[in-house]
Design a protein. Structure first.
Length: 288
């Protein structure tokens, strides 16, 4: 079962235009792009909060290990996600997210453990150019971004408002654009996050967003549109706007059932995830 959330036109010679659909991987509900997987072997998923082992208030598929949840439950939930993607054997890079602008790059599976250790020192973006290495970043209102190149390389980025201002997603784009890959070749996926309807900030921060990203970055009085800000930054880097797919789901509005919201829960909640992996041939999976 899949339900279209965001889509663009037909395929190019390199890979299909980005499309986010809601599907189920075993017990896990997630947004994904099946056509991307078929074309590149890269599986992406923006997970929801259901299908895991954590108790309230982290119920149930909490993937964050820094929120006060039982560490055994978090570890089990991460195993559930990788198994659902048929990537149980993949090495996992899960950074300590610090709202900075550091991007860690993994060139081979042999480097995965060292890259994970480096990312644990503080990073908000992971670029992977290897098979059987998964990148997982965790969210509860900040913006999850996944970027995929026609070469099968990918980046997973944590973009809170500070990350958007620091242009961490554009840094990840730069890291992926090697070997003749251009920004216009990339597919970009913006996952569920706090949308402009709920993201009210102070006057000065709203003005900063307008100065940096233009009037579209503030949708109404003091309500910042992080999607618009990100898209402005991507287009300025040369990304084709037709290759940007957005979930258009507000985590604060949808925090009762599908997602966690830091603001809605006053900071006491779990974290859903953005994960990407390219498994070796013959190891792939499909969503039902």
């Amino acid at each position: 079962m899949t339900t279209d959330v965001s889509s663009h036109g037909s395929a190019t010679l390199d890979m299909p235009f980005p499309r986010l659909s809601e599907g189920r991987f075993s017990s896990c509900a997630a947004l994904t792009d099946e056509s991307l997987y078929e074309a590149t072997g890269v599986r992406i998923a923006f997970t929801q909060r259901t299908g895991g082992e954590s108790d309230a208030p982290f119920d149930s598929l909490n993937l964050g290990d820094h929120v006060g949840d039982d560490s055994a439950h978090v570890a089990a939930n991460r195993r559930i996600v990788l198994a659902a993607l048929q990537a149980s054997g993949a090495s996992l890079i899960q950074p300590n997210q610090v709202h900075g602008d550091t991007v860690v790059t993994c060139e081979s599976r042999e480097d995965a453990a060292a890259c994970h250790a480096l990312a644990r020192k503080g990073a908000d973006g992971v670029v992977v150019r290897a098979h059987d290495v998964a990148a997982l970043l965790c969210f509860a209102d900040c913006v999850p971004v996944i970027i995929v190149s026609p070469a099968g390389h990918f980046a997973v980025v944590h973009a809170g408002w500070r990350g958007v201002m620091n242009r961490i997603s554009e840094r990840a784009i730069d890291a992926l654009c090697i070997g003749g890959i251009e920004p216009s070749d990339l597919n970009i996926y913006i996952g569920p996050h706090i949308e402009a309807c709920c993201f009210e900030v102070d006057e000065e921060l709203a003005r900063r967003f307008v100065r940096e990203f233009g009037d579209a970055a503030v949708s109404s009085h003091r309500h910042v549109d992080l999607t618009a800000a990100l898209v402005s930054g991507f287009v300025s880097r040369g990304v084709d706007v037709e290759r940007i797919a957005c979930a258009h789901v507000c985590t604060m509005c949808d925090s009762e059932e599908r997602y966690y919201s830091y603001r809605r829960s006053a900071g006491r909640c779990g974290r859903h995830g953005a994960v990407a992996v390219r498994v070796s041939e013959g190891e792939g999976s499909g969503a039902s």
